[in-house]
Write a protein that binds this ligand. Sequence first.
Ligand code: ZN
Length: 336
Amino acid sequence: MENSPMKLTRRGAICTALAAPFLLGARRAPAHHAEPSKDRFLTWTPVGDKAWAAFGQGGNSLLVRTAEGSILVDCKNSPFGEVLRREAVSLAGPVALVINTHHHADHTGGNHAFSGDVEIWAHDNCTPRVIGQMNRYIAQIKESVGQVPDDGREVSRAVVDDVKRLYSTAARLKPEQFVAKVTFGRERTHTLGGVEFSLFHAGPGHTDNDISVHFPSLNIVHTGDLLFRGMHPFIDASAAGSTRGWQSALDRLLPRCNDSTVVVPGHGELANREAIREQHRYFSTLREIVRDARAAGRTRREVSELDPAQLPKLDRPELRRIALGAVFDELSADNP
Ligand SMILES: [Zn+2]
């Protein structure tokens, strides 16, 4: 699965039927967003007058301008770190700080474009997982060769050049180009250029190193991959993800949001706090489905293949299969 080639559409998005989990969200931008502009490769949507969300080529990024440089949350897939930085600078000036919401390569792949001169922050558990997936970053670069569309735009040609340059040096990429310089365990509040933000980790949910980023004065929360919109959520049990942990992390997120909070999910369209509640309900429904199926004597394989009417119809059915299997395992551990 991980070797399936990435395929980029004209809009510069990667679509792959058998994408590795790391490529989640390396898909086309949400439909309601405007076509990418002539001047930008990524799709940027303003969130108020100081912030922008960037869609496409990996997990959603959030850029916040401050008086002392900007804060960038998440760095997309490896081939797109440079274009992310160029476009962030063009919108908000120099990037002063990068935050990774968790280790998955579609959120940390572009770190190499910042790590030389910009501090990167992440959770303590992020570092060993980033070091352990160097092959994934390199594979992303190799898979992107020849896939950036020649659509005549200068911004696309620049990305083709980025990919060529990265490909020629891919074998020499080092973990220190991807790992965070500053890590923390639970919570951290900081002010940069007059903008306060807090990072918080509520225990294992999507992975064991999820952090959410809250900008109270802007009323924006980036949830990392604790929120998927329009597609089934990916439970990364190999990184200690679990549905119960995920729900308790969502419980911690909710009080930080009010009716007008803009919630930036890890994948999918901009949302509000109702989306957090929906994500929570999804897992409760999933657990009921699997509990009933186990009580009826269904095997793990049979449970994974269910397409229950109680679940919303969402993209990425392969993630539904993973989710059903993960909940089966969680319930089996409770009651073998
Ligand atoms: Zn993820």
